[in-house]
Design a protein around this ligand. Structure first.
Ligand SMILES: Nc1nc(=O)c2c([nH]1)NC[C@@H]1CN(c3ccc(C(=O)N[C@@H](CCC(=O)O)C(=O)O)cc3)C=[N+]21
Length: 305
């Protein structure tokens, strides 16, 4: 199904794949409501007035409503104290109608982000960011995690649902954040990919050998088109803006020079319409799984698991 090198790459349509996952989540959610009288509940905690955060939170709440979840909003001023946020998380932790809690990042500088995230009960960790979930994800043959980080899981689902095999492939993950680069590198390795990273000496030369490139460095068009091996698969996690002749004066762009890379890759995700919508679909899937867990049902795994 993948086109060969030399032409235009096939677009990996994250918007369509995310819509398919949301339909699956909706069916499972309706089944859970019917069988156990449990409606999945997602609480979203938003601090401050960043317009990007407000937009993402709005999209998450809309998506939750569309699959039949109920959602709870907790919005705070930029000046909120850490104590007040911890108190809010405690209340959500003990609210039985809440199955998933998401604290939108980044938090203001005066708040200890790690402390707030760790205060979320592992059974309600909708982002899969807690050390217990991350630990269980990384340990083989142990207890499976209750939730997995949404953006990395979305990248893996995109590969799976596009028919891309990972086993034995050379993979480069550009960026090693806790929320994207580190977990996606782990997932690729657990699928028997060979993974190197952005601090590997001579990064462009390594990218040039890679069969699968995941770009998650947060810098507009950091990965150049001529770094891409002909026929490679490119997953672009970036959400950057660049000046453009549009009404807003900018447009979204990824961490990869899309036009140049798509002349060499066999398949590539666009920005927007690639990984972004998958992040939200996987958040819904995590929340469904946490509601299933509360009802004594097993977690629905990723395709790759
Ligand atoms: N606790 C926490 N969990 C997160 O998952 C989380 C977060 N904090 N903070 C910010 C990042 C960013 N993020 C995105 C979600 C959807 C799109 C998305 O759907 N983007 C659309 C375009 C959106 C637009 O037009 O602006 C697309 O790529 O097609 C993007 C980015 C989740 N994040």
């Amino acid at each position: 199904r993948l086109r060969g090198a030399g032409g235009a790459a096939r677009l990996i349509d994250g918007k369509a794949i995310a819509a398919a996952i949301r339909r699956e989540v909706k069916q499972h959610s309706e089944a859970l409501i019917a069988s156990h009288k449990v409606t999945p509940g997602l609480a979203v905690v938003l601090v401050g007035a960043r317009t990007d955060s407000a937009t993402y939170v709005k999209m998450k709440k809309k998506a939750a409503a569309e699959v039949g979840f109920h959602s709870i909003d907790k919005t705070f001023e930029e000046s909120v104290t850490e104590e007040a946020l911890l108190q809010c998380v405690q209340e959500l932790n003990s609210d039985p109608s809440v199955h998933g809690i998401l604290v939108q990042l980044p938090l203001p500088k005066h708040i200890d982000e790690a402390k707030v995230l760790e205060s979320i009960r592992v059974e309600k960790d909708a982002d899969g960011f807690s050390s217990e979930n991350v630990g269980n994800m990384c340990l083989r043959g142990g207890k499976p995690p209750l939730a997995v980080p949404c953006t990395p899981a979305g990248c893996i689902e995109l590969l799976q649902r596009s028919g891309v095999a990972v086993r034995g492939k050379e993979c480069v993950v550009v960026g090693r954040s806790n929320i994207v680069g580190m977990p996606v590198a782990h997932m690729l390795q657990s699928m028997d990919g060979t993974v190197c990273h952005s601090k590997t000496a001579g990064l462009p030369a390594h990218v040039r050998r890679a069969d699968i490139v995941v770009a998650a460095i947060g810098a507009a068009e950091f990965v150049k088109g001529d770094w891409i091996k002909p026929g490679a698969i490119v997953i672009d996690v970036g959400m950057n803006t660049k000046p453009a002749d549009t009404a807003k004066g900018f447009r979204l762009c990824g961490d990869v020079d899309f036009d140049a890379a798509s002349r060499r890759a066999s398949a590539i995700t666009p920005v927007p319409g690639g990984v972004g919508p998958m992040t939200i679909a996987m958040l819904l899937k995590n929340t469904l799984n946490l509601a299933r867990h509360a009802a004594g049902l097993p977690r629905l795994p990723l395709r790759a698991e």
